[in-house]
Ligand binder design. Structure first.
Ligand SMILES: [Zn+2]
Length: 538
């Protein structure tokens, strides 16, 4: 490959040279070296050609044969909750109810009496049949209100003191779109789902302010460690202001496209803000809507009942005319919709609403978040209406057992990544952090192998049908997310003129044996030509 340069005056000098590597451009080629000038890529080509761009101040980094790729985009994260999770009781790895309760007890001992104890990541599907109970928590924390969010974020588990503080009793009705789970006697069990979660107030978990910028910085550190240089963030309203302040003071270490809650729609319209507003560090993606719940809490909205039930079809949250109205108003105002839909019925609803606004141009494409279970006949509708499928393969390992149990044979069309690609749909990958860690290698591995963490099933779960190749998976972390934010000429490839957002991996993810796919580590991360992470051992 001959060196390609931007149109600048003759022989500009590079600020940084990456040499002795394998630069995968994601534009159909590879090269040995790459030159950066300021925040952009100056040239990609042969090392001996690019060394001509070296000046007295040029930094030179020897990649020692390692693979460099465009910096990854995580297309679905929750920045503030991610930062907050890093400081809460972490229940993600609690394999039993007893283990979870031990962690809560330990935190309770370090927390002044009467103060909230918060945690996240519990997964009752790993603990057995039923949801846990407020009494379990009362035993370890009688004098502290406790709120624990489920792994999927669609349920909370609270103790009796938390219920009392928030005046939730047997007389309290479940709000529309939410459920207060009750025992046979009609008493709340301590599990609240979907919109009922908002009944809990006054705890740090529900406080909008929280720790603000501190949480965001903790989230950024964890993202950069995984080679992520851009995110599409689904955030609460206040987060935008905090991100603005970080940007103004030059403390935004990676690029953020933010999707605001549907409740902000009128504010955005009133201010004349359209999708794409902002700059390459911080921009508005659009609005986030929620049609249903999740598989983990059996609130995903289905056409046919959950396996083993005669009528439970999940919990629809926003649908029908209400959904169509919001989507229409957003599209008319030039705002793209990011619609959360997990169950097959929810996805069909979201597709219906988006197809109706097909003729209204928006600066960024509309997208469906998760698209976990589809009817086969709905798959071609994504490409036909240029609706982006925003998926999280990292959920596959943890979801296989629950999907088999609750969706049964329908699971053939769960996470149908390859089928969507075959129809020409744009598929983008993310983590939904803090639901899962924002670990790109783990997600890539899950998209390719489709197995549980302990390697079941050996041949992969519908892998022949829905597994994808490594390059296709990498595209969903690089090229495609850039297209979804209308930045295809700026990001997602390593070409002259593109932003110098680059990740270097410790091993060649395209050529190592499949069983080692989880192994590559992030050795170096550049954002806008600046080194943001460099692992010493590499
Ligand atoms: Zn999410």
């Amino acid at each position: 490959m001959t060196p390609r340069r931007t149109k600048e005056s003759a022989a500009p000098t590079a600020s940084l040279l990456l040499v002795n590597g394998r630069i995968l451009t994601m534009a159909g080629g590879s090269a040995g070296a790459l030159a950066v000038r300021g925040d952009r890529i100056l040239a990609v080509g042969r090392e001996r050609d690019l060394l001509a761009l070296r000046g007295p101040k040029t930094a030179v980094v020897d990649l020692r044969g390692r693979l460099a790729l465009p910096g990854f985009t995580d297309s679905h994260v929750h920045l503030r909750p991610l930062g907050r999770t890093l400081s809460q009781v972490n229940l993600v790895s609690a394999r039993t109810l007893a283990a979870a309760l031990r962690r809560v007890a330990a935190r309770t001992r370090r927390t002044p009496k009467g103060h909230w104890v918060t945690g996240a990541g519990f997964d009752k599907n790993r603990w057995g049949e039923a949801f846990p109970d407020r009494r379990d928590l009362d035993r370890v924390a009688p004098g502290h209100p406790v709120i624990l969010r489920s792994r999927d974020g669609h349920s909370v588990w609270v103790n009796s003191l938390a219920l009392r503080k928030c005046r939730i009793s047997r007389e309290t009705k479940s709000p529309p779109g939410g459920v207060i789970v009750r025992d046979a006697a009609g008493e709340p069990t301590g599990i609240l789902q979907e919109r009922a979660i908002a009944l809990i107030h006054g705890c740090p978990e529900s406080d909008a302010g929280g720790r603000g910028a501190g949480d965001l910085r903790a989230a950024f550190r964890s993202l950069l460690r995984h080679g992520i240089t851009s995110v599409h963030a689904m955030e609460e309203s206040e987060t935008f202001g905090d991100l603005e302040r970080l940007k103004e003071t030059g403390r935004l270490p990676l690029r953020v496209t933010i999707y605001r809650p549907a409740a902000d729609l009128d504010t955005l319209i009133g201010a004349g803000i359209r999708s794409g507003f902002g700059d390459e560090w911080l921009r508005i993606g659009g609005v986030k809507l929620l049609v249903d719940g999740s598989l983990g809490s059996q609130t995903a909205w289905l056409f046919d009942p959950y396996e083993g039930s005669r009528k439970a079809r999940g919990v629809p949250v926003l649908y029908g005319r209400d959904l169509r109205d919001v989507v229409h108003r957003a599209a008319e105002a030039g705002l793209a919709c990011a619609i959360h839909a997990i169950g097959d019925r929810a996805n069909a609803e979201a597709l219906d609403a988006l197809e109706r606004v097909r003729a209204i141009p928006t600066p960024l494409p509309h997208r469906i978040e998760h698209a976990q279970l589809l009817r086969a006949s709905d798959i071609p509708r994504f490409a036909a209406s240029r609706i982006v499928a925003s998926m999280q393969p990292c959920h596959i390992p943890g979801d296989i057992d629950a999907a088999e149990r609750y969706w049964g044979k329908r699971s053939r069309w769960a996470y149908p990544v390859r089928s969507l690609l075959r129809t020409g749909a744009s598929v983008i990958f993310g983590s939904d952090a803090p639901v899962e860690a924002a670990d790109v290698m783990f997600g890539l591995c899950a998209a390719v192998r489709r197995q549980t963490r302990d390697g079941r099933p050996p041949a992969g779960w519908y892998r022949r049908e829905e597994g994808v190749g490594r390059l296709a998976a990498l595209r969903a972390y690089t090229v495609e997310p850039a297209r979804a934010t209308a930045e295809a000429g700026l990001k997602g490839k390593l070409l002259p003129g593109y932003l110098a957002d680059i990740v270097v991996l410790s091993e060649d993810v395209l050529h190592i044996p499949l069983r080692n796919l989880i192994r590559p580590r992030v050795a170096l991360v550049l954002v806008g030509g600046r080194i943001r992470l460099r692992r010493r051992s590499d």
